[in-house]
Design a protein around this ligand. Structure first.
Ligand SMILES: *Cc1c(COP(=O)(O)O)cnc(C)c1O
Length: 447
């Protein structure tokens, strides 16, 4: 059956607009079909079925328009159905949709590798492997680090999120919902403290010392292949580490022959006003992982790193059928072009300023906002029991539901489910941002 329900929906205007209950009758009908055909393990935050999208607006099958503060979890960073991405991918679809780079290579893959070498931190010689998903990028980063070092240990941080494959869910901090009941898990993964200034109150140097001492005592530096960090933690709650924390970890890794990996799957690709968030902290990771925003909505991920580390894997040791699909590569090249030609790094910075100013205003008004944090178009608020640092997850669900009913799509995050995160596309206008902040104000007032 073709999707006759969605065919009638036209391109959105740039405003939110609610014309039915949310979810509306057509979404509810689709939801019935979905419940019969799709397992409950896959759920949807807001079961309004989307028919079209453009810029910062999603339109559902009932014609409701949502202002999108999630961007499909930070994927459509340059905007939904960006014209240049659509044109490049459409053109590529007609020329070559698949050849398997490990069988028959093509230029797009090489071009994406060149662009990543140019735009990831550091001026050293770099090489890139392309895959499909973020979890695959993490898996391959670990493979390469192990082969290069001849060691097994993987160090990860509290509150980290690295994916849902066997290895990456074992590397992820939060058991529920990601890992609970899905074991046994691969071994040789060592978890240690992160920097979470709102809760630990530690300076970067003190937090780094804690992280490092724990690893030295519980594993020993000489058994570690890699330490993987998200420069700004994503699912964990947008924790921005204290100043000096990440450089201290990098220094320790370098001194001990440990590959320092930045998982920039959520924080990279212009999200924070730089190509990669690592740049804000003055770190130059050995390996940088990209995915989410890299191809404007098409599946693509990348492992970019020091040439000598990347070349440690033997010929044939890296690959995969779909990795670096030509259509995804064409879209990624268009994303890099758009970031440059539209000045989107600057736009991400401005969006950050507008959002942050608005969120700080709301913090003055509502004492359940304990913390406002983030960089660029990656901002969050942490909800607390007023007057304490205790997590307040009960309020979060109410805010998200209220906003959805008003046509604003908000995402949650945080180990304790008490963080509201904002990942607007860089196509979101100041008017749209302020409109969304107004709805958030109403949602907080209605609590
Ligand atoms: C989303 C995410 C992943 C996993 O990416 P998938 O494409 O979902 O496999 C890994 N790391 C971080 C930081 C992420 O945000």
């Amino acid at each position: 059956m073709t999707d006759t329900i969605t065919a009638a929906i036209t391109l959105p205007t740039p405003q939110r607009r609610i014309v039915t209950a949310v979810p509306g009758p057509k979404s509810l009908a689709l939801h019935e079909r979905r419940l019969a055909a799709v397992p409950v393990g896959v759920n949807s935050a807001l079961p309004a079925y989307i028919a079209r999208a453009h810029g910062a607006i999603l339109v559902d099958v009932d014609g409701n328009q949502f202002l999108d503060f999630g961007s499909g979890i930070g994927v459509t960073t340059i905007g939904h159905t960006d014209d240049a991405v659509v044109a490049a991918a459409s053109e590529q679809l007609k020329r070559l949709t698949h050849a398997a780079f490990t069988i028959s290579p093509y230029e797009g893959y090489v071009r994406v590798a060149e662009l990543l070498a140019e735009h990831t931190p550091g001026t050293h010689a770099k090489k890139t492997v392309l895959q499909n998903s973020g979890a695959e990028a993490v898996e391959n980063g670990v493979k390469i680090a192990r082969k290069y070092t001849g060691r097994g240990g993987i160090a990860v941080l509290d509150h980290a999120y690295h994916g849902r494959t066997s290895l990456t869910m074992a590397m992820t901090f939060k058991a529920m919902p990601y890992a609970s009941g899905f074991g046994p898990f691969p071994g040789d993964i060592y978890r240690t403290s992160s920097s979470y200034p709102f809760h630990d109150g530690l300076s970067g140097a003190a937090a780094a010392k804690k992280t490092i001492v724990h690893l030295e005592k519980s594993v020993g530096a000489s058994d570690l292949a890699c330490l993987i960090v998200e420069p700004i933690q994503g699912e964990g709650g947008f924790q921005v580490p204290a100043e000096g924390y990440l450089p201290a970890l990098q220094e320790w890794c370098t001194a001990n022959g440990i590959v320092f990996i930045a998982d920039e799957i959520q924080s990279g690709m212009a999200r924070t006003g730089k190509y990669f968030a690592s740049e804000h902290f003055g770190i130059v990771p050995d390996l940088v992982l990209s995915a989410k925003g890299i191809a404007g909505g098409l599946p693509l991920s990348a492992i970019t790193g020091r040439a000598e580390i990347m070349d440690a894997a033997h010929p044939g040791g890296l690959g995969g059928t779909f990795g670096g699909n030509p259509v995804s590569c064409a879209a990624a090249i268009a994303v890099f072009d758009e970031i440059e030609s539209k000045g989107l790094l600057g736009r991400a910075t401005v969006i950050g300023e507008v959002l942050r100013a608005g969120l700080l205003e709301l913090q003055k008004k509502y004492d359940i906002i304990g913390d406002v944090r983030g960089i660029g178009a990656m901002q969050a608020i942490e909800l607390v029991v007023p007057g304490t640092h205790e997590h307040n997850s009960a309020a979060l669900g109410k805010i998200v539901a209220f906003a959805a009913g008003q046509g604003v799509l908000l995402l949650t995050a945080g180990t304790h489910g008490n963080v509201l995160r904002f990942l607007p596309s860089l196509a979101m206008s100041d008017d749209q941002l302020r409109d969304g902040l107004g709805v958030l104000d109403d949602a907080l007032a209605a609590l």
